[in-house]
Design a protein around this ligand. Sequence first.
Ligand SMILES: Cc1cc2nc3c(=O)[nH]c(=O)nc-3n(C[C@H](O)[C@H](O)[C@H](O)COP(=O)(O)OP(=O)(O)OC[C@H]3O[C@@H](n4cnc5c(N)ncnc54)[C@H](O)[C@@H]3O)c2cc1C
Length: 424
Amino acid sequence: MRAVVVGSGAGGATAARELAKRGVEATVLEAGDPFKPMTRTIGWARPLRRAGLLGSERTIARVFPHMEARRSSEDLVLVRGVTLGGCTAVSTGNAVRGDGALREIGLDLSPEFEELERLMGVTTVPRGRWRPLTGRMFDEAEAIGLSPRPTPKAVDVARCASCGMCELGCATGAKWDSRRFIEDMRRTGGTVRTGAAVTRVVVEGGRARGVMVGKERVDADVVVLAAGGIGTAAVLKASGLPARDSLWVDIVLTVGGVLEGARMLDEPPMVWYASRDGYILSPYIDVLSHWFHPPWRDVAVEDRVGVMVKLADEATGSVAADGTVRKALTEVDRTRLGEATALARRVMEASGVHGPFVEGMLNGGHMGGTVPLAREDVAAMRPPWLPEGLWVADLSLVPRSQGLPTMLLAAALGLRVARTIARR
Ligand SMILES: Cc1cc2nc3c(=O)[nH]c(=O)nc-3n(C[C@H](O)[C@H](O)[C@H](O)COP(=O)(O)OP(=O)(O)OC[C@H]3O[C@@H](n4cnc5c(N)ncnc54)[C@H](O)[C@@H]3O)c2cc1C
């Protein structure tokens, strides 16, 4: 059996690895180029930032070539990794089990989570490696009843250099990303092509027969779309298939404060998190705000303090066949964001952080929801409107936003989908 897997992020790499392991002839088609850590760029970007020449989100891809940033409405920027490894290559390595939205439709991914946590080496960063302020904020969050806990991380703590710049790629290789699964797949006979953007699925006689990469046709018995929340929906629509206009993105807003000598970048980001109803708070210097958001410009990174809010947003976005995304904040999103940012500021102030407090760039980097699974689809792991032979193995399957890290969830879905394909 020949399978084409579109996308090499958390979902695609995990599915492809599993298919290859089970004797399927697997080929991964990835739109982006091979990933190189972007930490070197920082040297020349620093003086440009100070001079206010880095502009806005429009320059992100020029400074960090594997990141794509686009505005989906006046106030929201969507960010994704378009490279081998997808968003995992630019992730901060948080590996939380965020599966409430699937449990409520009867899908239990616990076995996949357990297996993947072992493979990824998920652990927590010991308190001795946190900056003193981060520990103080943890204690204050605890004192006001937020029940913070150390964040599970797919990071080898012994190899981590605490450079604080996971999103630019891990220079020491301490952080897991899905390129490791791509390597495993290669070792078991699978192949990968980079720079191969799939434009549509070839459907003949009601069955998926392959994909088009520009003018080239790639034949397959099984097509697995794992191009992420934007890519999968765009390919489906370009193939005349009805991806839903129910995109969610997990809205991120980091509240910035100041404490001289805090040096928050000298630790891995987000070492703890506090989970509330529909959002989390976590200590984080938002790299995009620091570099590209004008209100953050006046404070040196050594003195900048950040607490991030990651919000479960309403699933109201749409992706067009050409990849254009429309997604704005709703009134409900804004109200809950206001509550969450006030809490973030309270934790900082209680820990000795002072103003001026500034809000960061409103952004979303966890995209999904356009091929939502329903309770009746759980056994088959696919909605019935997909043509035979066509599968989806990424966050597109998740019916609603949870305001939690998504990498482990996307990988667990990839694993379950691949096993379902192999069983059939
Ligand atoms: C800056 C940043 C930091 C993050 N940090 C964390 C974190 O710490 N923890 C966490 O859990 N989550 C994090 N995430 C989110 C998480 O990494 C993603 O939600 C997860 O990787 C999604 O997996 P996926 O397989 O659905 O999509 P992706 O990982 O986005 O993979 C999709 C792949 O498909 C490719 N592609 C797209 N279109 C096409 C096409 N037409 N043809 C071929 N290939 C295509 C893309 O280039 C990409 O490689 C972060 C995201 C960002 C942007």
